[in-house]
Design a protein around this ligand. Structure first.
Ligand SMILES: Nc1ncnc2c1ncn2[C@@H]1O[C@H](COP(=O)(O)OP(=O)(O)OP(=O)(O)O)[C@@H](O)[C@H]1O
Ligand SMILES: [Mg+2]
Length: 258
């Protein structure tokens, strides 16, 4: 297997992380069918609708079930349970020909079965390692990504709308990266989403903050309409302008350094 590539999408609430991730899923699954794992790392979930998957089992729900069992187990039962963690975790993986999907769900901590937690971590790691590209839809900050098993991010895409507040979140995340509070990442940059007007002032601001500008994705009526209807964005036509812009963004992000 060639070296694994991890792409994470982050940004303030509602800026279009999920829509961007879904469109990027379409781009990547066509480039590398079967080699892509898409991860919903937002505890509130929702990416599954945008990519036409129905999975209800999350890593969080499996973890809770395993930990609940562990609390009531005898020593022997605990050993048995430990042996089945890998198998149980794999139940959360929604595998299809074009790409696979994994929802992290909520990670409530109940009890402390450190050995079980370690086994779960290993199991997730094993799942992730079997894919060439891992694409993560994150939440506002990088908390989930940080707490989980992602050791490194190759490309961190910071999404913002064209608001000043969105850019402040981007600045905050960049600061966290610079301070080493999140996994190391090779490429980092901002994407202006739902752009309806000239973004040159925002670009200037980003550059002043030493944040690489990857590009922008236009406001697109069809994207909004699909989301309104709960329709998968994978069904967008190839010539959709937002989809084309997302394809360009990933090309730029990967060809330029931090
Ligand atoms: N380029 C775009 N053009 C038009 N509408 C868009 C675009 N990108 C996102 N949207 C719309 O903006 C809304 C928010 O998008 P989305 O759910 O992807 O944001 P999010 O950052 O994932 O939100 P959350 O933080 O709640 O997870 C949705 O209604 C979506 O259809
Ligand atoms: Mg989202």
């Amino acid at each position: 297997m060639s070296e694994q590539k991890v792409i994470a999408v982050c940004g303030k609430g509602g800026v279009g992380k999920t829509a961007f991730t879904a469109m990027l899923t379409k781009v990547l699954m066509e480039k590398a069918p079967g080699k892509l794992l898409v991860v919903d790392a937002d505890p509130a979930l929702g990416l599954n609708y945008a990519i036409g998957r129905e999975s209800e089992t999350t890593i969080g729900s499996i973890r809770e079930m395993v930990l609940q069992k562990a609390e009531k187990s005898t020593k022997n039962e605990l050993t048995e349970l430990a042996d089945s963690v890998e198998y149980l975790t794999a139940q959360a993986l929604d595998e299809k020909d074009n790409f696979s999907f994994l929802a992290m769900g909520r990670m409530n901590t109940i009890g402390c079965f450190c050995s079980i937690n370690d086994l779960l971590k290993n199991a997730i790691e094993n799942i992730m390692h079997s894919f060439e590209i891992v694409l993560i839809d994150g939440e506002a900050g990088l908390e989930q990504i940080n707490r989980q098993v992602i050791e490194k991010i190759d490309t961190l895409i910071l999404i913002t709308d064209t608001s000043f507040r969105g850019l402040q979140t981007v600045r905050h995340i960049k600061k966290m990266v610079d301070e080493g509070l999140v996994p190391a990442c090779k490429n980092l940059g901002v994407v202006f989403n739902r752009a309806q007007s000239d973004v040159s002032a925002l670009k200037e601001f980003a550059e002043k903050e030493h944040i690489h500008v990857i590009g922008s994705v236009p406001y697109d009526k069809q994207v909004e309409q699909f989301d309104l209807e709960g329709r998968s964005l994978l069904e967008l036509p190839e010539n959709n302008p937002a989809l084309k812009a997302v394809a360009k963004c990933i090309e730029t992000a990967e060809s330029t350094g931090k």
